[in-house]
Each structure stands twice: as structure tokens, then as C-alpha cells.
Write a new protein. Structure first.
Length: 405
């Protein structure tokens, strides 16, 4: 664990109250500022003594491993996807498949850190608003930690695979009349009244765990930094976490360049992409976001301004893809590489295809697409976009006839 302090990202004020999620002085977003002086005395090889996963990078983290709540998150594969790369016109394409985390999404990286910090603080009740993956992850880690868990879900807007997990792990699942932003407002009110410890990405400790995806990618590439990293953008904490990790690796001298961080939003839920196109540092919320990619169906992303900063600062980019482009990329990844991702995850692959087609990205770039969740999170979308089972007689002749078509 590195020494650290929590500061306001907007005004720079140091914040001592561990239970607040915004700056008491200006209402701004919070972030963790790490003291990495001891890490500067280390080398990357020193960390490889520990198993690959989030806690391998504990020297960069603000939580004491003595309070660790873990179900062996991280350590996900980085695939070199030649067939996919050829299909979309970028031969040096890699896919970081976060769907192989314990609950099937990248949220586990942040939740191990967030729930471990809650344990440090002596919290007994944790909660979150969620479009699905956050609730599934928090419910699992709360169960592991022996804490009560409340999840606030937007009514009718959650894929069944994710809802099933939250129920299975024993969370109190509350279906809120409204969208994600309404659910988050209620969860934040509960946190402000100290009735639960909030573990949405507005919590400054959760993105600290999410930093590990960048550490892991660079580790898996033997510190040969890729040209570009592409991420789906919903609430936008993940791209901010990746940016923060890049800056920390550069600060300690382990890398000497930073990849172009590129965010992809669904066309029906794109406040950050619109702001980027207008070269703005802030964004206007989308009142009625709508997309098949439920995990990024968020109209007022908490970390949207941080995401814009991350993309501007690294020479990155932000754009949108349609639902049709998302589904096409989802199927392409499955049928070219055997990797099953949920629709939001496929946004990164659909985005790369669009960037190559429009000339924003060069076909010779070395690109990592982060795919954030497992396709089994949303089986209905897969079934609705694939051909149904083929009726077949109970005979070899019928099977041969079908296979020959």
C-alpha cells in the first residue's frame, strides 16, 4: 500500500472525511493522490513475485492488503486477435477480456478495492446504483466480506443475467421508478445520511482498483506500450482509471510514453462523445439515454469530465457507434475469435472498426480494445440477434443436408 490522500479534482482541497463522495468546499469530484516515492525504488520485476491480478499492484493502491476482500479478480487474458484484426483492418489488435473476472465484468477490479476500504472503515452496509454489472459485483464482494448490501436498479432496464447475480449473492435489490440517474440520486441520499457506504464510481477508491487493468495490460505486453487503448464509456470511471494508471507508471519511470486513450459511446447515450466533438471540457447530460448496450446506457456520467480530460491529455479520441454496429462487432468477435462479450463490451471493437474506416486510427497502430463484460450477462440480446435452432429430423441424412447448406 502506498501513502495517499483524497483531494478534490476540481479545487485541489484535501478531504479528510472518508465517507463523503464530493468535495465539502466546492461540491467537486474527488480523487486519490498517491505518494509513489517508495515505488520509485522498485522495478516491474519486483511485482511479478505475486500472482497476476489486482493485488499484484498493491504498491500502487491506497488500501492495506491486510484488509483485502478478494475473490481472485484480475488476471484476465489479453488476446492477440489476428482474425479480428484482419476483418476490421487493424492487424495489431489485442482484446483484453474482462468478462473472465469472477462475476463476469471489470467491475470486480474496483469492487475488491472499494469493499476492502469499506472494511478498513468498519462499514457494515454497502450500496450502489447500477445498470447491472456494478450490482452483481458489489453483491458478491459484500457477501464475501459479510456485509449487508443494497442495490438500486432502474426499473426494467437491467439484463437478466446481471439481476440474477445480485439476487443470488443475497443483496437487497430495489427496483427504482426511473432511470439510472434517478437510482443513483437515491443511493447518494442514503450515503449522505450515513445509512450505507456508497460504492458507485463516484467513490474515489473504486477507480483505484480499476487502474489495475492498465497495469496488467502493460505487464502482459512486457512494458511495450501500445499506441492506443479503446474503452466503452458509460459512467466513464474506467477510462479515467486507465489514464490515472498511465500517469503513475510514467511518474515512477516504468514507461516513457502514454497510449492514446479512446472512448466509445453508444449513439443513443453519448453525452461525452458530443462534448468531445465540440471540444468542450464538460458535457450536457442526456435526459433519455437509450441503447441495446445497457451497461453504458447512462445519460449523466459521474466521471464524464474526467474522461474528457483523459482523452484530451493523451491525444486520444471519442466517438459513437450505433446499436447495429455494436451487435455486428459482438458477433464478429465471437465468430472470429471465440470470445463472447456483452453489447457494451463490443462498443470498443465497433469503435476501432469505425476509427479505421474514417482514418482517425492508422491500420498499423498497435491497439488494445478493452471488452468489459461477459456475453452471458445479457443472453437475451444474443438470442434475439442470432438465427434460431434449426429443426432437424432424427437422421444422418437430415444432419448432412443441413451442414451442406
Amino acid at each position: 500500500m502506498a501513502a495517499h490522500k483524497v483531494v478534490c479534482w476540481d479545487c485541489g482541497a484535501e478531504v479528510d472525511d472518508p465517507f463523503v463522495n464530493t468535495c465539502p468546499k466546492c461540491g467537486g469530484l474527488l480523487t486519490v493522490k498517491m505518494d509513489l516515492e517508495k515505488v520509485k525504488e522498485m522495478k516491474p520485476e519486483d511485482l511479478r513475485k505475486a500472482p497476476i491480478g489486482v493485488w499484484r499492484y498493491a504498491p500502487f493502491m491506497p488500501v492495506d492488503p491486510a484488509h483485502k476482500v478478494s475473490i481472485q479478480e484480475g488476471g484476465t487474458p489479453l488476446y492477440s486477435t489476428q482474425a479480428l484484426g484482419e476483418a476490421i483492418g487493424c492487424k495489431n489488435t489485442f482484446v483484453k477480456f474482462e468478462g473472465l473476472n469472477p462475476t463476469g465484468s471489470f467491475k470486480d477490479r474496483g469492487m475488491t478495492m472499494g469493499v476492502s476500504h469499506a472494511k478498513e472503515l468498519g462499514a457494515t452496509v454497502v450500496g450502489c446504483a447500477s445498470t447491472g454489472n456494478t450490482s452483481a459485483s458489489l453483491a458478491a464482494y459484500a457477501a464475501k466480506a459479510g456485509m449487508k448490501c443494497a442495490v438500486f436498479l432502474p426499473s426494467g432496464k437491467v439484463a437478466m443475467g446481471k439481476l440474477a447475480q445480485a439476487l443470488f449473492f443475497g443483496a437487497k435489490v430495489l427496483s427504482i421508478d426511473g432511470n439510472f440517474d434517478d437510482a443513483l440520486a437515491l443511493a447518494r441520499k442514503m450515503a449522505d445520511e450515513r445509512k450505507l457506504y456508497l460504492l458507485n464510481s463516484i467513490n474515489p477508491y473504486r477507480p483505484e482498483g480499476q487502474k489495475s487493468v492498465l497495469f496488467e495490460i502493460i505487464d502482459q505486453l512486457c512494458y511495450d506500450v501500445p499506441d492506443r487503448i479503446i474503452l466503452p464509456v458509460g459512467n466513464a470511471a474506467n477510462i479515467w482509471a486507465v489514464y490515472k494508471a498511465c500517469m503513475e507508471l510514467k511518474e515512477v519511470g516504468w514507461i516513457d510514453k502514454v497510449p492514446m486513450l479512446t472512448g466509445i459511446q453508444a449513439a443513443g447515450s453519448a453525452p461525452v462523445a458530443r462534448a468531445f466533438a465540440a471540444k468542450n471540457k464538460t458535457f450536457e447530460p442526456e435526459p433519455n439515454p437509450e441503447t441495446v448496450a445497457t451497461a453504458i446506457r447512462i445519460g449523466n456520467p459521474v466521471s464524464g469530465r474526467k474522461a474528457l480530460h483523459a482523452m484530451y491529455s493523451t491525444g486520444g479520441y471519442c466517438t459513437t457507434v450505433t446499436d447495429e454496429e455494436i451487435i455486428s462487432a459482438q458477433l464478429l468477435l465471437g465468430r472470429k475469435e471465440g470470445v463472447c462479450v456483452e453489447p457494451a463490451s463490443a462498443a470498443s471493437v465497433a469503435g476501432l472498426r469505425k476509427l479505421i474506416e474514417t482514418g482517425v486510427a492508422d491500420k498499423d497502430e498497435r491497439v488494445v480494445c478493452i471488452c468489459t463484460g461477459n456475453g452471458l450477462k445479457d443472453p437475451d440480446t444474443i438470442i434475439n440477434n442470432c438465427a434460431p435452432p434449426i429443426k432437424c429430423g432424427n437422421s444422418v441424412a437430415d444432419v448432412e443436408r443441413i451442414l451442406s447448406q
